[in-house]
Design a protein around this ligand. Structure first.
Ligand SMILES: [Fe+2]
Ligand SMILES: [Fe+2]
Length: 172
């Protein structure tokens, strides 16, 4: 049986991952509305990834005999001033999620829940990638901010992203 405090923090994290999915889907819709289909594609893949994160926590909680308690998801923003603002928000949001996962990690140490410590390692590594890709695209989009041609090229590049469920990828 899983400790109640850890059960609660994982339920909160499931909600945060679903909120992340919602936020990126809202950003995706916004990018489609301003004719940036490649940005919209990248963000829609990001949405799909966040759903797999929520489900990874969900399955773990069930596996440990915990109770999944889904909560309502907050409304995400629906308007942004520019693609730069979208990626600023993305990076800030990923930093927030990293802090949240670090807090569960710390709690697992305090509670001597070694299984959860081990489980969270995947998310600790994933957040390094999430922050790195958000900050890379933020720098790229800042660079082309005032160039229609540059934005068009970046949009084409972001159109290439394909969804892969890396939560089921086995460790090498
Ligand atoms: Fe996530
Ligand atoms: Fe994320």
């Amino acid at each position: 049986m899983i400790n109640e405090k850890i059960e609660k923090s994982i339920n909160d994290q499931i909600n945060k991952e679903f909120y992340s999915a919602y936020l990126y889907l809202s950003m995706s819709a916004y990018c489609d509305s301003i004719n940036l289909p490649g940005f919209a594609n990248w963000l829609k893949v990001q949405y799909q990834e966040e759903v797999t994160h929520a489900l990874k926590f969900y399955s773990y909680l069930i596996e440990r005999g915990g109770k999944v308690m889904l909560k309502s998801i907050d409304n995400p923003k629906t308007e942004w001033s520019s693609p730069v603002e979208i990626f600023k928000d993305t990076l800030e949001h990923e930093q927030f999620v990293t802090r949240s996962i670090n807090n569960i990690y710390e709690l697992s140490y305090q509670e001597k829940d070694f299984a959860t410590i081990s489980f969270l390692q995947w998310f600790i590594n994933e957040q390094v990638e999430e922050e790195a890709s958000a900050s890379l695209i933020l720098e790229q989009v800042k660079r082309v901010e005032n160039s229609n041609n540059g934005l068009f090229m970046l949009d084409k590049e972001l159109a290439q992203r394909i969804f892969v469920d890396n939560t089921i990828k086995t460790e090498a």
